[in-house]
Write a protein that binds this ligand. Structure first.
Ligand SMILES: Nc1ncnc2c1ncn2[C@@H]1O[C@H](COP(=O)(O)OP(=O)(O)OP(=O)(O)O)[C@@H](O)[C@H]1O
Ligand SMILES: [Mg+2]
Length: 225
């Protein structure tokens, strides 16, 4: 990333919620891979219930930035909090409260939808797993396909499964890394309806995208050069 993100789109498509509570509040994050300075002075503030869009060309450091926010990568410098937890020292707490949807499908293709959700529920050591998995299947309209192998699903259904999996442990923040890549227009619309419903219920969402029409669906935007 060559520059700090710059706020654009002064007229949001939909009004941002009034809450001033900051879900993400980081300043001056940097990350090098060997000699390459991949993320440079990254600062971001995201409020509760806000859908924050994150744009930038390939290789600009979007995924790296998201991974630093959810505690999977340690920044070389900089500071801040995610969900009130320190991004350097309290990464375990962050991981428990964040739902991270990776850029590529990262569930098990040779497990069914239900088996994948059960596995994730076990990873989070959730109580009442069966009820939580049933509720997730219903919420995302996955019941009729619950016993299909995940590897055989279309892009849109894989995306719904990924979203169900990252919502299972009731996170307070969703980090969605190009969630609609390879998904047809109808499924993309449905997905965005779902995201708006979640944000209206108080969840904060940071979403990276290449699509300008999706950027219009966010409350605020940052662009990485
Ligand atoms: N673990 C790693 N080790 C070395 N280099 C890496 C690593 N992860 C990412 N990079 C490099 O850092 C740069 C930024 O990568 P990143 O995946 O964060 O960009 P991105 O904006 O998400 O790109 P895309 O739009 O293609 O997903 C790229 O040049 C990438 O090759
Ligand atoms: Mg990426």
């Amino acid at each position: 990333m060559n520059a700090a993100p710059e706020a654009i789109a002064p007229e949001p498509a939909r009004a941002a919620p009034a809450s001033a509570e900051l879900t993400i509040d980081v300043r001056g994050l940097n990350k090098h891979f060997g000699p390459r300075h991949v993320v440079k002075d990254f600062s971001l503030q995201v409020r509760r219930g806000e859908i924050y869009g994150f744009l930038g060309p390939n290789g600009s450091g979007k995924t790296t930035s998201i991974r630093m926010l959810c505690g999977l990568l340690t920044p070389d410098s900089g500071s801040g909090t995610c969900l009130g937890h320190d991004v350097i020292r309290e990464t375990a707490a962050i991981k428990r409260e964040v739902g991270y949807m990776t850029q590529r499908f990262s569930l098990w293709e040779d497990l069914t939808i239900r088996e994948n959700l059960n596995f994730v529920a076990r990873m989070y050591d959730m109580r009442h797993r069966r009820a939580a998995v049933d509720a997730a299947l219903e919420r995302l309209g996955l019941q009729s396909r619950a016993d299909q192998l995940s590897g055989a699903l279309s892009g849109g259904w894989k995306q719904r499964l990924s979203l169900a999996a990252c919502l299972l442990h009731e996170p307070r923040l969703l980090l969605l890394d190009e969630p609609t890549a390879g998904v047809d227009p109808k499924a993309r619309r449905d997905f965005w309806e779902e995201i708006h419903g979640l944000a209206a219920s108080g969840l904060s969402v940071l979403v990276s995208t290449h699509y300008m029409d999706e950027a219009e669906r966010c409350h605020r935007l940052a662009y990485i050069a």
